[in-house]
Design a protein around this ligand. Structure first.
Ligand SMILES: [Fe+2]
Ligand SMILES: [Fe+2]
Length: 191
């Protein structure tokens, strides 16, 4: 298996070639937050960093490259919710070329909306993606503050709530999973 350093270089090289160094900056920000959270919440930091390095890996790939990577069963869902193309394709890339860790695979795959009963690693990737230091939207900043104050479930609830609100303003129908995740974490926060 490739070392973390080599994977980091590969990610940088790819985003550089695609003229999207901003995505590399974002990726490094996510990795920094994920590493911090992994140590705090008892997750293997190397797994967290590896998952973050690859989470947006296929973001700017051509339709052909993405179609080739995707599983048949996922294509209809991606068509309906195009934001999933990059997360599902990046997860398949991981499994095809990098490694076989199921938890890392699921974390990359589910980083956009999250899902019910996520592993801690999956949760860390979802919330690090939203709160990494380069995110400057007011909702991201306030969510980061909630997260860093130790309210992990509340941070996931808030990030999901804000994302759904943002979509509604743009007349985009949320994915059913987003609504389920919202309800689930609302329940966890009440306990
Ligand atoms: Fe993403
Ligand atoms: Fe991301």
């Amino acid at each position: 298996m490739l070392s973390l350093g080599k994977i980091k270089k590969m990610v940088k090289h790819k985003f550089e070639e695609q003229n999207h160094l901003d995505r590399y900056t974002h990726t490094i920000g996510v990795a920094k937050m994920a590493k911090y959270l992994a140590k705090k919440y008892g997750v293997n930091p190397k797994k967290a960093v590896l998952a973050t390095y690859l989470h947006d890996f296929c973001k700017y790939d051509s339709n052909e490259v993405i179609e080739e990577l995707l599983q048949e069963k996922d294509k209809a869902e991606c068509k309906k919710f195009p934001v999933l193309y990059h997360s599902y394709a990046s997860a398949e890339y991981y499994r095809k070329y990098i490694g076989a860790d199921e938890e890392i695979y699921q974390a990359i795959r589910n980083h956009v909306f999250g899902r019910l009963h996520m592993s801690r690693l999956e949760e860390i990737l979802v919330i690090s993606d939203y709160t990494e230091e380069n995110r400057t939207y007011p909702s991201c900043i306030s969510c980061r503050e909630i997260l860093l104050s130790g309210k992990f479930n509340l941070a996931i609830y808030e990030s999901t709530r804000c994302t759904i609100e943002f979509l509604k303003k743009k007349d985009i129908v949320p994915h059913p999973l987003q609504l389920e995740v919202l309800k689930y974490y609302e329940g966890l926060c009440e306990k």
